[in-house]
Design a protein. Sequence first.
Length: 156
Amino acid sequence: MKKVVFISSCGGHLTELLQLKPLFTEVEAVVITEKTKSNSQLKEELDCPVYYLVYGTKQHLFSYLFKFAFNWLKSLLLFCSLRPEVIVTTGTHTAVPLCFIAHFFKKKVIWIETFANSQTPTKAGKLIYPIADTFIVQWETMLRFYPEAVVGGWIF
């Protein structure tokens, strides 16, 4: 059975990622997200391992830079210990390090651009688009930014 890491930041991106929960039983699933009060119960709710990265917001840029650097290191350690074959993500900045690490080690990266953006690309999406093995958009209008993407429709 393939080991697949499902990773996203918290909030709406995590809500989108959890729409893929039926897939968790078809693979050896692992979930990685940011630790917040609102999702601290995920370990009890999901039937798969859950790991947390440090929550950071770009609104507090100075501390965010340290947290982002820490999350790069933690993502590398998680990748080395988990040894996933595939990374599936709904974004955003939290998933970027793991996507680059997986790409470096020639593992599959599947990026699902957020439902929230139908007219503009995300910064993280623009970073990952060139390295993603599969890049999925939920709106056909997004093909003007990601011409090689797959229109997957809404995951809600």
